[in-house]
Design a protein around this ligand. Structure first.
Ligand code: SF4
Ligand code: SF4
Length: 341
């Protein structure tokens, strides 16, 4: 792995050079929060952000996305138009979330739409400089290391330690004034990233394996009624999650009755309509009770997807905790409570 040092001044020039080649999407301030958005100037970039409202998966899997346009029953065309882009400043746990999405969308019938956008995106990660108040990435999903990025920046005094992770990342070196990095700087960066994991404000108390077994065994327990009592079934905990990947497909017809567009939008298993299906003469909801839906989210995150991913489908970003008006979505609270019973 190639390592380099990039001074603060050289970072600005590097970002400018990236922007000259195409869109650069990074964390930018929006009032008191941060979002991933296209940079209009290098100064917009806020690598000192705590978290973003939505995870970076929105770059490859937009909240609403046209899939197919049709003019008649036999005439249709795809809407996939991926463009080269750079996603800059992704935290390590959010890179793990992208790695999981990559697996979900490549499995079974590969999702060509997602994969086409993903293939056109260069990812430059960056270390956590400031913790989100609900982050617990240091105590969950430690089995998995972030993989899907091309370059990684760690804040040091006066600049950044730069780790090159792929051929695409290697090519980026030509765009900036990168200096040789010393062993001391590499060791300092390692310590900075280890401290970020250690100093998370929230924590899961048990290992992924013990959590998986205890949560699985709790399936028939009353604890799910207790934990979900105040749930509004709003789905916010799903919508902000970097590892949730469900969507709904809808056709919108034009007035001519033959043409229109098929699109997809993010969906949420906490919303009651999610599990409602048509049956002859009516409909059936196979997770009618909110406790069933609430439990399903935790089963997916802590149990069902572990085998496919090699770890839990939660990266400890804490976005769900902050998004829940009822203050009941926090995985550390729910899982630690289950583990203690
Ligand atoms: S379940 Fe919550 S903490 Fe875990 S990845 Fe999803 S939003 Fe982040
Ligand atoms: S747990 Fe919270 S965020 Fe999730 S659906 Fe219920 S009320 Fe909404």
């Amino acid at each position: 792995m190639t390592t380099r040092f990039l001074s603060d001044g050289a970072l600005k020039q590097f970002v400018q050079a990236l922007m000259a080649k195409g869109p650069v999407i990074g964390p930018v301030a929006r009032k008191s929060r941060f979002v991933f958005a296209a940079l209009e100037a290098p100064e917009d970039l806020r690598l000192d952000y705590d978290t973003t409202i939505l995870p970076p998966k929105k770059l490859f899997f937009p909240t609403k996305q046209d899939l197919v346009k049709f003019d008649s029953p036999s005439s249709f065309s795809g809407c996939v138009e991926p463009k080269e882009q750079v996603l800059l400043g992704v935290h390590p746990h959010d890179i793990k979330g992208i790695d999981m999405s990559d697996k979900f969308y490549a499995a079974n019938i590969p999702d060509s739409n997602y994969l086409a956008h993903r293939a056109k995106t260069t990812i430059i990660g960056s270390n956590v400089q400031k913790h989100y108040k609900h982050a617990f990435f240091g105590s969950v999903c430690r089995e998995l290391k972030p993989q899907g990025h091309d370059m990684f920046l760690t804040r040091l005094k006066g600049g950044y330690l730069v780790e090159v992770r792929s051929k695409k990342g290697e090519e980026l070196l030509a765009l900036g004034k990168f200096e040789p990095a010393s062993r001391e700087q590499a060791a300092e960066a390692e310590a900075v990233n280890a401290a970020a994991e250690k100093n998370c404000p929230e924590k899961l108390n048990d290992t992924s394996d013990s959590v998986r077994e205890k949560v699985r065994a709790s399936f028939g327990s009353d604890i799910w009624n207790e934990l979900s009592r105040d749930c509004f079934s709003c789905g916010s905990c799903n919508i902000v999650c970097p590892t949730c990947f469900c969507f709904d497909v809808q056709d919108e017809w034009n007035l001519d009755g033959v043409s229109g567009v098929r699109s997809r939008c993010w969906d949420a298993c906490l919303v009651s309509e999610f599990s409602e299906v048509s049956v002859q003469g009516g409909s059936e909801n196979f997770r009618e009770e909110r406790a069933e839906r609430y439990r399903h989210r935790f089963m997916r995150k802590a149990v069902y997807l572990n085998d496919a991913l090699g770890g839990p489908a939660c990266v400890g970003c804490g976005r769900c905790s902050g998004a829940c008006t009822a203050d009941i979505a926090n995985p550390t609270v729910a899982i630690n409570t289950i583990m203690e019973r």
